[in-house]
Ligand binder design. Structure first.
Ligand SMILES: Nc1ncnc2c1ncn2[C@@H]1O[C@H](COP(=O)(O)OP(=O)(O)OP(=O)(O)O)[C@@H](O)[C@H]1O
Ligand SMILES: [Mg+2]
Length: 395
């Protein structure tokens, strides 16, 4: 019954958070039926529990109740024979009633214990799983975090199938490294290794000369600000979302970060400004607005290494351009990783890595890569062909 309850909870939770998808694909009836099926199973199991209950409880109750007349008869007999006073018999029966209550409760407790142990089993299964990425007994931190990221012949797989093959890169403090490549080519995986969400099987990833595997996770991630590919905001005020990594951040810094991420204007236009609650239980934001709040959150963290994983995919070209203008200032003293599909977002980078099936297929600056006339050049042509064609028509 408990397990089926869990199934039903999952179903409910998924349907609520995935409500838009269900509606968009007109699957309401299907989902309703699926819910009904699971719910019926809960009903069936509950009834079964009740049947078991009803088989035992009346019998036990009946047996228990038989004792009272038996005791009364025996007591009455003894009172008549003068072996017992009436007072003792009355108090004795009262005590019996007083003791049956707690004994019945004990039955309930046993039942609760059984239910709790099924739940506990599940809970402990997850607690025991824990995380495979832990601090080593002896950890090391760089003397000063400057943001020098080095990948030295890194090979990595999530389980089966190699995702990154022999990747090397050297991002010096203050440099901007751009990662490009088709979807699934391993761009996000590089970031996952740098922030040590996963560990590589071969090679080393180091920051300022220290292997990330030797660093305490807290210290490592304290220096890396990531704008994730999938934007997630908490059901909280915009201000608290921006200050998520630094809860005691003064309001002016929150606003400065929002300005730099081009979020300041739209937040200022909201009736409650930075106090507006967003997310599931608040105001719905557009995709681009969410991304800008997420960029502000990363900037407010004041990281040494800034990661923008497809961070401007949902904002228009013009806003993206403005964000980049502002980021230029922010990026001067930080090592920045930009993952993007638009040439316009990456062309100013100090080095552009083009990944293909987990390998670095091409690397260099915008000008060098154009000269190579390889993958990057083809992407460039694809993105500018229409534009060039139009130019041709005009001139
Ligand atoms: N958590 C994971 N577990 C197992 N495999 C994964 C996981 N994350 C990614 N992969 C696989 O690793 C490969 C590289 O994924 P990655 O997320 O690095 O791609 P990407 O270059 O960031 O793509 P995109 O442009 O679509 O974001 C893909 O084939 C993907 O299926
Ligand atoms: Mg990705």
């Amino acid at each position: 019954m408990r397990e089926q309850n869990a199934v039903l909870s999952t179903k409910t939770q998924e349907n609520i958070s995935g409500m838009r998808v269900v509606k968009a694909f007109a699957r309401e009836d299907y989902e309703k039926e699926a819910f009904r099926k699971e719910n019926r199973e809960v009903l069936r199991l509950n009834l079964k529990v009740s049947y078991v209950w009803s088989d035992f409880v009346p019998v036990l109750d009946f047996l228990g109740s038989l004792c009272t007349p038996a005791l009364m008869s025996l007591g009455a007999y003894m009172v008549v024979n003068g072996q017992l006073t009436l007072g003792v018999l009355v108090s004795f029966t009262n005590y019996v009633w007083m003791i049956t209550g707690p004994m019945r409760n004990l039955g309930g407790v046993v039942n609760m214990l059984a239910m709790a142990s099924t739940s506990a089993e599940k809970l402990f299964r997850y607690i025991d799983l824990g995380t495979s990425i832990k601090d080593k007994p002896v950890t090391r931190v760089p003397e000063k975090f400057r943001g020098h990221v080095v990948f030295d012949h890194v090979t990595f797989s999530y389980g089966d199938g190699v995702v990154l093959k022999d990747v090397s890169l050297d991002a010096r403090p203050g440099q901007t490294i751009a990662l490009m490549g088709a979807t699934g080519s391993g761009k996000t995986s590089i970031i996952n290794l740098m922030a040590r969400f996963y560990e590589c099987q071969k090679g080393t990833v180091s920051i300022d000369g220290v292997d990330v595997k030797d660093m305490p996770l807290q210290a490592l991630r304290d220096r890396i600000g990531i704008v994730m590919q999938e934007t997630f905001l908490f059901s909280e005020t915009i201000g608290n979302n921006i200050a998520f990594g630094r809860p005691d951040l003064p309001q002016e810094n929150i606003e400065a970060a929002a300005q730099a991420a081009q979020a300041g204007d739209f937040v200022a236009d909201l009736p409650q400004g930075y106090e507006t609650i967003v997310g599931e239980r608040g105001l719905g934001l557009s995709g681009g607005q969410k991304q800008r709040v997420a960029i502000a959150r990363a900037l407010a963290y004041d990281p040494t290494i800034l990661v923008l994983d497809d961070a401007t995919s949902a904002v228009d070209m013009e806003t993206e351009h403005e964000i980049q203008q502002h980021l230029q200032k922010q990026m001067k003293d930080r090592t920045t990783f930009i993952i993007a599909h638009r040439i316009s977002s990456v062309q100013k980078a100090d080095e552009i890595l083009v990944l293909e099936h987990g390998c670095v297929a091409e690397r260099g600056t915008h000008a060098q890569l154009l000269e190579r006339k390889g993958l990057y050049y083809n992407m460039y042509l694809d993105q500018y062909r229409d534009f060039a064609a139009m130019e041709g028509q005009v001139s």
